[in-house]
Design a protein around this ligand. Structure first.
Ligand code: Z5A
Length: 209
């Protein structure tokens, strides 16, 4: 029998460098301090199998990877993550903060790489076992500001090395997703200082809880 979802599932989306990792960490610390039962996790990865898939996906040596191969690898990593981490946590009534989920696949593999939207949606839904976030926080920021942040601190991975046209399509794609799924999306201005962004996100999440 299918497990019943009783926790709260919050996902964080945005282009690379938008500050998702930073904000998930800040919110996690805040909620733990307030006594909430919460876990923080991220995609791709967060399981032993997912971490191996993540290495293949981001490795700059695999330039020959086709968009469909990329799509199926993200889906495979998610299927494992959902069964091993997300479903058990939700079934135990926890708040799950997840850095990227299905909307990343729609933004990157459909709007970014150009694979047909309904095809990506079907596969992404299958990989997620039809689990849909209760809330999706979209950290909105320009490609220029976001890439300025990350290029100053580390080498870019295989997906980040794609041309700026693709990153602009992804950023625009996220706004289309926010419109399409307006019942669960909240957009936050991620160009503001970290603490300001944190306060805005905390208010949104507290309202939901
Ligand atoms: N991907 C996909 O294509 N399809 C999918 O289905 C999924 C993912 C699930 C995962 O890489 C890649 O996979 C990603 C999408 C794709 N694309 N790429 N490339 P990842 O997990 O390594 O990367 P990421 O999710 O994009 O994370 P990131 O690059 O680390 O970005 P972030 O988490 O949004 O940002 P951050 O690490 O919190 O902050 C970046 C820097 O900015 C850091 O120095 C911070 O201190 C700084 N920062 C953060 N907030 C601020 C503010 N407010 N002001 C100034 N500076 C700030």
């Amino acid at each position: 029998m299918e497990e019943i979802k009783i926790g709260t599932f919050v996902t964080f989306e945005g282009i690379e460098g938008s500050g998702k990792g930073t904000q998930v960490h800040m919110l996690y610390e805040h909620l733990v301090e307030e006594g909430y039962n919460v876990i923080a996790t991220r995609e791709p990865g967060s399981t032993a199998i997912g971490d191996i898939i993540r290495d293949a996906l981001l490795n700059t040596k695999f330039n020959e990877m086709t968009p469909r191969t990329e799509l199926f690898l993200f889906a495979a990593a998610r299927a494992q993550h959902v069964e091993e981490v997300i479903k058990p946590a939700l079934s135990a009534g926890k708040i799950v903060l997840c850095d990227r989920f299905t909307d990343s696949t729609l933004a990157y593999q459909s709007y970014g790489r150009g694979i047909e939207f309904q095809e990506v949606l079907r596969l992404a839904d299958m990989a997620a076992s039809s689990i849909v976030p209760d809330l999706t926080v979209l950290l909105e920021i320009s490609v220029e500001i976001a890439f300025n942040r990350i290029t100053h601190e580390r080498a870019l991975d295989r997906i980040e090395l794609a041309d700026h046209g693709m990153h602009n399509r992804i950023a625009a794609g996220y706004l289309k997703l926010a419109e399409r799924y307006s019942e669960r999306f909240q957009i936050v201005d991620a160009s503001k200082p970290q603490l300001e962004v944190h306060k805005a996100i905390t208010k949104i999440v507290k309202d939901l809880l």
